[in-house]
Design a protein around this ligand. Sequence first.
Ligand code: SF4
Length: 334
Amino acid sequence: MASTPLVFSGIQPSGELHIGNYLGAVKNWVRLQDQHECIFCIVDLHAITQAYEPAELAQRTHDMAVGLLAAGIDPARSVLFVQSHVVEHTELSWLLTTVSPLGELERQTQFKDKSQRQESVLAGLLIYPVLQAADVLLYRAALVPVGEDQVQHLELMREIARRWNHRYGAGFFPEPQPQLTSAKRVLGLDGQAKMSKSLGNTIGLLESPEAIWEKLRPAATDPARKTRKDPGNPDICNIFTIHQGFSPPAVQAEVAQNCRTAAWGCLDCKRVLADHMIAELTPIRERAAALQANPGGVRQLLRQGAERARAMARATMAEVRRHMGFLDAAGGVD
Ligand code: SF4
């Protein structure tokens, strides 16, 4: 396995993965493990910047770990851990706030969107991208797989790294580069909004074949196909986007052709998709069942992941503290 550049990516502990996060991020992560040393983090400290239920957070974090492991994140090759288990994330985040430009933070599109939905805007939401910068810079990672919506945060992260380097240590932090995923964004089954658990428009990664078909059958398609005889446009159909994630290229070409010529109906198209989804997701569901049956084993893997992450984080923080001029806590006194 090549050792550089080091990849870092995080995912919120939203509980069970759905096919939107799987196709948009996790499937790419699984592939990246073949080419890079990777660090994958379940970002529970980010999750608490939105309203959440404390009694459910630990279970959602555990379930996310199960989903990632079942989908193919391999703890023997990659570091998989929970953000709050490595306290250096919060420490570095604070230090980085002192070089983070307030104007840039306030200009972040996600901050503007989310703050409009909060009655009283909380500071955690504003400095969310600083914690993201800490996540990545703590491991001096050079490559960050992101979707289009995170590119602005990554640019800010690079700005924060430049400012810190300029003030405290030239070249210490690499400026992380985005790795844009080629996967098109999967919409929810309504074909309207982004696939999201809170909108109830998802297919869970671990759903049974019957449940997958139940949900796929009524899912939105190209509205131009009012009757079986109307030709459709696969380029604007969310079902075709999902085909592009699960079906082989030859099947995708067949789908596009049969859609445009109305050679088959949407139900035929969805049945083919369901078969490919079920073939890919069945082994994942079986691995998840085995992991769920052994929660202690999952906790053990996360503990080991955190130990590996902590060792890297501590080494970075020792250097960061030295560069910033703090008195060494372990040092002697003259
Ligand atoms: S045939 Fe398939 S790709 Fe075409 S509109 Fe129907 S579901 Fe979408």
